[in-house]
Design a protein around this ligand. Structure first.
Ligand code: GLN
Length: 486
C-alpha cells in the first residue's frame, strides 16, 4: 500500500509513531502528483519548497518529543481562492494571475496550527463561478473517474486531487454547491459547514452572504478531523460565530436509530437522472435498515431556490468584483487613453465570459429600476425558504437529497447553455440560501460507472448530526473505498 493512498487518520498515526518520516509522506504525495498531474490538471501551483521546509521543522519537533498537532505532517491542498502569505492566489482568473497574497487566510493559520502541510493551490472555476471547473483561465481539470468528463465545480481541482490521492484532504469553498457537487462527481466526502462556523477571512469573496469554506476528505472520520482544525470564532470575520468548540470525532458513532430523516419527494421528480434516483432510493432503504426513521416532508418554496440564488449571488458578485479595476491590484491593461479606459480594458481583458455574465446580471438586478422586482423579491423568497427549512426541522433531524441531479458530464457539454449548467446546483443551492450545513458522501455509481453522491442537510450548527449519519452510512457501505482507475 502506497503512503499517498492512506487516509489522514492512518497517515497521522504512522508519522507520530515514527513508522514513516514526514519527508517520506511528502515524497509519496508529490510523486503521485508528478505521475498524474499532466493528465488531471488539479493544481494551479505547487508549494513544494514551502512544504519541505514545514516538513523538516515538524520532523525536528517530533524528534525532540514535542507535540506536532493532530494533523502533524499531513499534506493538504487548498483551493486557489484562499490566501497564503507570499504565495500566488489566482482565483482561476487572469485578473489575479500574478497576485501574491500578503497574509494568510484564517483557515490556513488554523490548519498549520494543527500541523498540516500545504502542498499546493488547486484549480477552480474563475472566481468560483461554475459547476465544472472549465471556466478557469489556466487549465481544465478532468474527472479522475473518466478523463473525458468534468470533475464538477467550482472546487474541481480540490475534489479531483483528493479522489485520486494527490492530496490527503483539500479545502474548497461552497457558495451554491461548489464543495458538495464536485465531491459527488469525484466520489469524495465534501462538507459545507453552517454559515458562520468557519472563518472566511482571506477567502476571496464571490457572494458574501452565501460563501463558506469546507473540506474534501477520503472518508467521514477525516472530515471530523479537518472540521476540528478549521472551525472556531475569528474576530477578523464579522460573520464568524462564537460558540463553544466541540470535538467532532466524538460523533463518529455507528448508529442511526435515533435519527429521523425527512425526504422532500416532490423535489425528486423533474430532471433527476434515473440512476441517481435509484442509488438514492437504495441508500434510503439502507438507512431504514440501519434503524433511521424516514418521513416525507414538504419544502414548498424550495423550487424557487435556483432563481433566488442566481439573483442574490450575481448581485453580490457584481459588488464584490467591483474592486478589480486595474488600479489597486490585479491585472492592468497595457494600452489605455484615460482612467475610464483603464477600468474598461482591464476588466474586459482580465475577466472571463462567465464572470462578465454574472457581473452584468448582478448589476441589472441591483439597478434602480429593477431592484424591487428582482433583488428585493429574491430576498423575500429567501426568507420563505429559510422558514420552510425551520418548519421541516421541527419534524426531522436530517433532510436527505441527492447531491446533484446527474453524474459528471462531458467536458464542453454544458458550456453553450449556462442555464443547463446552473441546473446542476438544484439540490445544493437551497442549503446556502438558508445558511445550513450539508455533507455529500459517496453512495454508488451510474451504469457507466461514474460516482453518485448522497446529501444530508441539518439545522444550523448541527454538523455533529450530519457526521453521525454520514459515518453510519459509510461504515455500512463500501463506496468510499473505491478508487478511480487512472
Ligand atoms: N455552481 C454554482 C455557481 O456557479 C455554485 C458555485 C459555488 O458554490 N462557488 O454559482
Amino acid at each position: 500500500m502506497e503512503l499517498y493512498s492512506l487516509t489522514i487518520h492512518e497517515i497521522a498515526k504512522k508519522i507520530k509513531s515514527k513508522e514513516v518520516t514526514i519527508r517520506e509522506v511528502l515524497d509519496s504525495v508529490y510523486s503521485r502528483i508528478d505521475s498524474l498531474e499532466n493528465k488531471v490538471n488539479a493544481y494551479i501551483n505547487l508549494t513544494k519548497e514551502y512544504a519541505y521546509i514545514s516538513a523538516d521543522k515538524l520532523q525536528k519537533k517530533l524528534d525532540a518529543g514535542e507535540d506536532i498537532g493532530f494533523l502533524g505532517g499531513v499534506p493538504i491542498a487548498i483551493k486557489d481562492n484562499m490566501c497564503i502569505k507570499d504565495v500566488k492566489t489566482t482565483c482561476g482568473s487572469r485578473m489575479l494571475e500574478n497576485f501574491v497574497a500578503p497574509y494568510d487566510a484564517t483557515v490556513i493559520e488554523r490548519l498549520e496550527l494543527a500541523g498540516a502541510i500545504i502542498i499546493g493551490k488547486t484549480n477552480m472555476d474563475e472566481f468560483a463561478m461554475g459547476s465544472s471547473t472549465e471556466s478557469s483561465y489556466f487549465k481544465k481539470t478532468v474527472n479522475p473517474w473518466d478523463i473525458t468528463k468534468v470533475p464538477g465545480g467550482s472546487s474541481g481541482g480540490s475534489a479531483a486531487s483528493v479522489s485520486c490521492d494527490m492530496a490527503f484532504a483539500a479545502l474548497g469553498s461552497d457558495t451554491g454547491g461548489s464543495i458538495r457537487q464536485p465531491a459527488s462527481y469525484c466520489s469524495t466526502v465534501g462538507l459545507k459547514p453552517t454559515y458562520g462556523l468557519v472563518s472566511r477571512f482571506g477567502l476571496v469573496a464571490f457572494a458574501s452572504s452565501l460563501d463558506q469554506i469546507g473540506p474534501f476528505t477520503k472518508d467521514v472520520t477525516d472530515m471530523a478531523i479537518m472540521l476540528n482544525a478549521i472551525v472556531g470564532h475569528d474576530e477578523k470575520d464579522t460573520t464568524s460565530v462564537n460558540l463553544d468548540k466541540i470535538d467532532y470525532t466524538k460523533y463518529l458513532i455507528n448508529d442511526a436509530k435515533n435519527i429521523t430523516i425527512g425526504i422532500p419527494r416532490e423535489f425528486l421528480k423533474e430532471g433527476l437522472n434515473p440512476d441517481v434516483k435509484e442509488a438514492f432510493d437504495i441508500a434510503i432503504d439502507k438507512l431504514i435498515k440501519l434503524g433511521a426513521k424516514v418521513i416525507d416532508v414538504n419544502l414548498d418554496y424550495i423550487k424557487y431556490s435556483l432563481a433566488t440564488y442566481y439573483i442574490i449571488a450575481t448581485a453580490e458578485a457584481s459588488s464584490n468584483l467591483g474592486r478589480y479595476d486595474g488600479i489597486k491590484y490585479g491585472y492592468r491593461t497595457d494600452k489605455f487613453d484615460n482612467l475610464l479606459d483603464i477600468y474598461k480594458k482591464s476588466r474586459t481583458e482580465g475577466f472571463g465570459e462567465e464572470v462578465k455574465r454574472r457581473i452584468m446580471l448582478g448589476t441589472y438586478v441591483l439597478s434602480s429600476g429593477y431592484y424591487d422586482a428582482y433583488y428585493k423579491k429574491a430576498q423575500k423568497v429567501r426568507t420563505l425558504i429559510i422558514n420552510d427549512f425551520k418548519r421541516v426541522f421541527e419534524e426531522c433531524d436530517i433532510i436527505a437529497l441527492p447531491t446533484a441531479p446527474n453524474t459528471a458530464f462531458k467536458m464542453g457539454e454544458k458550456n453553450l447553455n449556462p442555464l443547463e449548467m446552473y441546473l446542476e446546483d438544484i439540490y445544493t443551492v437551497p442549503v446556502n440560501i438558508a445558511g445550513l450545513p450539508g455533507i455529500s458522501v459517496p453512495c454508488g455509481f451510474c451504469h457507466f460507472n461514474m460516482p453518485i453522491g448522497l446529501q444530508f442537510i441539518s439545522s444550523a450548527f448541527e454538523e455533529e448530526k450530519l457526521l453521525q449519519l454520514a459515518y453510519t452510512y459509510e461504515q455500512n457501505t463500501e463506496f468510499h473505498k473505491m478508487k478511480p482507475n487512472i
